[in-house]
Design a protein around this ligand. Sequence first.
Ligand code: GRG
Length: 294
Amino acid sequence: MNFATELKAWSKQVDDALDLYLPKAEEYPATIHEAMRYSVFAGGKRLRPVLVLAATQAVGGDVAKVMPVACALELIHTYSLVHDDLPAMDNDDFRRGRPTNHKVYGEAMAILVGDALLTHAFELIARSAEDYPADKVNTVTLEIAWAAGSRGLIGGQVVDMLSENKAITGEVMEYIHRHKTGALFRAAVRAGAILGGASEEELSCLTRYSEQMGLAFQIKDDLLDIEGDEAKIGKPVGSDLKNQKCTYPSLYGLEQARNMAQQAAEAACAELKIFGSRAEFLRSLVHFIISRDH
Ligand code: GRG
């Protein structure tokens, strides 16, 4: 199976599993369940759950068995997007090409949707104790809780908020991205690897893979933002870098940012040597991430 076909097939399996694991839209109280489903099924790329599946595959684990944990990562990601879009945060009207959760269901309901998705994620992880030894589930729970908490994505969001309208250093920007974006990618890969039965060496390689992949993702995201904005207002790409909030292109320039994304992608792939053909999907995923257009 080629990469695009496999990505599509895994995304479909993730969607089917999410549909199974989430409360039905009609379940009382229906408003919250409908609103949870509204954001979960809004057309995300499913990168985090697919990373869980691919990391398990790379270490020879059972892909079907790890699905609940894969879905948990997508629920945490979706919760962070719903809360990030709120008026008190980024105040965004659109996400994944449709009105944001609070625009449709109101601010109070969107807060509760985020809370419910985060909580449901940990319910799914806990249920994995039926399929894995308790110590492994415990390790993975800690990994994911760490990544989602104030030492992970919340920490990144806080530093991002406090840095708004200030000139920040490369180190602060790296902190923001490693926590806000990188932590969940890292937890996804490590969770899949641990549950799949990774050796210490395999886990170390996959951890470094996830960190470099996360960096490549973030730089590409910054580049896409510029290309998107400037296409809309008809300016040449990169002409307005100084007025951008602190991003890789605004700090390092367009050319260097592109090189950095490429270097991070190559560094990520270099970590996959010991896995041979079992890591083919993870290899292709990095190329997909740096060549994507959205
Ligand atoms: C809990 C409020 C709160 C915030 C936590 C993660 C986060 C901080 C906020 C999410 C918003 C954001 C812009 C995060 C940066 C990472 C990023 C570019 C997310 C988008 O990920 P994709 O491209 O999205 O995988 P899809 O829609 O495809 O799932």
